[in-house]
Design a protein. Structure first.
Lengths: 370, 357
């Protein structure tokens, strides 16, 4: 449990020896010092950035959106601090613009293909599926490459073979077992993402196994099944009670059904997201440091539900407020348990990474969250 | 070039390790001067880049060797680094003026409304006019094949009756610009009930239930004239394209909200598309009135047909906000074609491509 199962692909450069010892790390297990993440963004400030970005993007027919993205990312990175030092987003707008044009062309083609020919859309979907692991790797590499803290960049070591195994090949047994392997596959995918990240000459390690992923998913499945069972029983009862011979069932019942099931799905999903988020961070290490994430499902559910209502009721004008409060909550619940000086990182080396993959990735909404 | 009386405070990272060096920063003889915490560095300003100003976030001065200096924004930085990042400097000013922010709100909401009212219909119609007829016909065939697999069965009407109705249809369709492309097909559809819909490419589907509902064939003529109105305006294709654009726009919107997206966005998407659909229904109604008059049939037959449908399938008030059709009452009452007055539905038709009656 205590030795991180770092899958070493064996090819990275050994971090250069530091010119002088930076912090004296005692040989015995040191007491861990908690460093909380802090988020200082304000909704009012971000609203101004967001609305001006949006207006300029509209006026320039989308061309400005690349600059808008950089400004937005810089705002969120720059307001997230660890140990008093803010993160930095370093990507430049022009490569992002190029990536965006490719992504939009693909997306529009995909949607239009769906209207013209089902087969064309299926072929396109297949093609996109085949490209997905590659896109995931490129996207992760791009984001890592242009994220920096303490003047040092993150890095994602591309391993396409493993990406295809874990994001495509494992799909076959997943389907054959009717989804029962899902937590196992999820565990393998999270491990892939975490373990291929580097920062300051150190590899991230991931200690969670499939055994850790099964309980939350099994609980979620059980609750959902029970919920459907109880909901169906109640609604059937209501339908029988309200039934008049020869009449169609009242529409309120149809909407009641949708509210019950989507509501249940939504709530369970929020709790599951909190559990998996905590699970991933709490089993992630880097060097002598660990993470502690204390997301609460009920709080997350409240944020998602109230954000959704607020955004819809305000014609989108409360989107900045919604994003800021979620970012603040996530940062507040995340802590680094430092087993030594946080400054004791060396430099990483990596080449520039194309922005297209990162863009396609975010447009097609592929889940790659750490 | 003057030396600052009180130097700025910053954090210096050399880019080789993660140590933070607290430094004082000022300008001396055109060179940035860093002093403090084991750091002594002078660098000509020309060799440095600085991140654009952004709200209260720290600014970063990047050195050519990868070292970075983070410091709070200060007025003198604009003096030391003039003419850098002009575009973002302008954007930064806009963000700080509340008049500019107010204007941005107006632009965004205006673009949202204008794009929906005019932009999407215009773009979709441009594409529709340039799409080859072959593609449109293929699309229609596909929709019909899909419906045949799901909701539609072979017609149970006898052949003589179908031929008779098809002949009436041929008379109605004769003389229309694309009349040769229009054809009528009959299907049994217990799950849909009395209905008729126009598919892309000229096919009009009539359910057995609709034929059996009407006592007088002229009522069916009136409904067919309405469907011909959909065909003449290529409504099915245009609706499909508009729907696609709404879906694309919604995807971008949802991507921004990111959480909770799919389900929540689906509902407004349907509502937004229904407005387009109601416009097409009104247009088809107007076409039907004129067309019936041209065939020496009273436009009141359409009202009679809708009245019959109404008796059979009363409007469901609780679904008013889901309407894809103008209110039947409004359509019957209409002596000449006015603008839609209310928004109740005859019935809502769940698929995206066909335009139902």
């Amino acid at each position: 449990m205590q030795d991180p199962p770092i899958v070493s692909a064996g090819a990275w450069p050994v971090p250069p020896a530091l010119p002088e010892p930076i912090a004296t790390v005692p040989s015995a297990a040191p007491p861990r010092v908690p460093h909380r993440f802090a988020f200082d963004g304000s909704a009012g400030e971000y609203f101004r950035i967001w609305i001006v970005n949006l207006a300029l993007s509209l006026v320039t027919l989308g061309l400005y959106s690349a600059w808008a993205k950089v400004r937005t990312q810089r705002y969120f990175y720059g307001n997230t601090r660890l140990d008093g030092v803010p993160f930095e987003y370093l990507a430049r707008p022009l490569p992002i613009l190029a990536g965006r044009i490719v992504a939009v062309a693909l997306f529009v083609g995909y949607v239009l293909a769906g209207q013209l020919s089902l087969w064309l859309q299926i072929v396109l979907a297949l093609l996109i599926t085949l490209l997905t692991p590659w896109l995931l790797v490129r996207g992760a590499a791009f984001r890592a490459r242009y994220s920096s803290w303490r003047g040092l960049r993150f890095r994602f070591v591309p391993d396409y073979g493993q990406a295809y195994v874990r994001y495509l090949w494992l799909g076959i047994p997943l389907v054959l077992t009717l989804g029962l392997l899902y937590p196992y596959v999820k565990a393998r995918q999270k491990a892939f993402l975490v373990e291929h990240h580097r920062y300051g000459g150190q590899a991230f390690g991931f200690e969670a196994t499939a055994g850790h992923f099964y309980p939350p998913y099994l609980i979620a499945w059980a609750v959902m099944t029970a919920w459907i069972f109880v909901g169906t029983a109640l609604l059937t009862g209501a339908a029988v009670a309200l039934h008049r011979p020869g009449a169609e069932p009242p529409t309120a019942l149809v909407f009641g059904w949708m509210a019950v099931f989507y509501g249940g799905y939504f709530a369970i999903w929020a709790f599951l997201a909190a559990a998996i988020g905590n699970l991933v961070y709490n089993h992630t290490t880097i060097g002598p440091h660990r993470f502690e994430s204390r997301l609460q499902g009920s709080r997350l559910l409240w944020f998602y539900a109230s954000n959704t209502v607020a955004v819809l009721a305000s014609a989108g004008l409360l989107i900045p407020w919604a994003k800021i409060r979620l970012a603040r909550y996530r940062a507040e619940r995340l802590t680094v348990l430092a087993g030594g000086s946080l400054a004791a990182f060396g430099a990483e080396h990596g080449e520039d990474v194309d922005a297209t993959a990162a863009e396609i990735d975010s447009l097609f909404d592929i889940d790659v969250g750490l | 070039m003057t030396t600052q009386p009180t130097p700025l405070q910053g954090s210096y990272f050399d880019g080789r390790d993660g140590r933070r060096h607290a430094v004082d920063v000022d300008l001396a003889h055109g060179r940035l001067r860093l002093r403090g915490d084991r750091i002594e560095r002078d660098e000509p300003l020309d060799a440095l880049t600085i991140t654009p100003r952004l709200a209260r976030t720290l600014r970063t001065i990047a050195f050519p060797d990868g070292a970075r200096l983070q410091l709070a924004d200060a007025a003198c930085l604009a003096v030391w680094f003039p003419h850098r990042n002009r575009l973002e400097a302008l954007v930064d000013r806009l963000e700080r003026y509340y008049q500019a922010v107010a204007l941005a709100i107006v632009v965004c909401l205006g673009a949202l409304v204008a794009g929906y009212l005019w932009g999407i219909p215009w773009l979709a119609d441009r594409i529709a006019t340039h799409l080859p007829a072959r593609v449109e016909a293929a699309l229609g065939d596909q929709v019909l094949a899909l419906l045949d697999r799901t909701d539609l069965d072979a017609s149970a009407l006898d052949v003589g009756r179908r031929t008779e109705l098809a002949d009436r249809f041929a008379v109605l369709a004769a003389g229309l610009p694309d009349g040769a492309d229009y054809r009528i097909v009959f299907r049994s559809a217990p799950s849909i009930g009395p209905n008729a819909f126009a598919l892309p490419g000229g096919t009009i589907v009539v359910t057995d239930e609709l034929v059996e509902l009407f006592a007088d064939d002229r009522q069916l003529d009136a409904v067919l004239a309405h469907e011909l109105g959909h065909q003449a305006g290529r409504h099915a294709l245009r609706q499909a394209l508009r729907g696609s654009f709404i879906a694309i726009a919604a995807a971008f919107f949802a991507g921004d909200v990111s959480s909770a997206s799919a389900v929540v966005v689906a509902v407004p998407t349907v509502l937004l598309q229904n407005r387009y659909s109601r416009q097409f229904e009104d247009e088809a109604d107007r076409f039907a009135y004129a067309h019936l008059a041209g065939h020496a049939l009273s436009p009141s037959w359409l009202g009679a047909a809708l009245g019959q449908l109404e008796t059979d399938l009363p409007d469901d008030a609780s679904l008013a906000w889901m309407s894809s059709h103008p209110a039947t009452a409004a359509r019957i009452a209409r002596p000449t074609p006015p603008a839609p007055t209310s928004s109740r539905a005859i019935r809502s038709w769940p698929t995206r491509s066909p335009v139902s009656c």
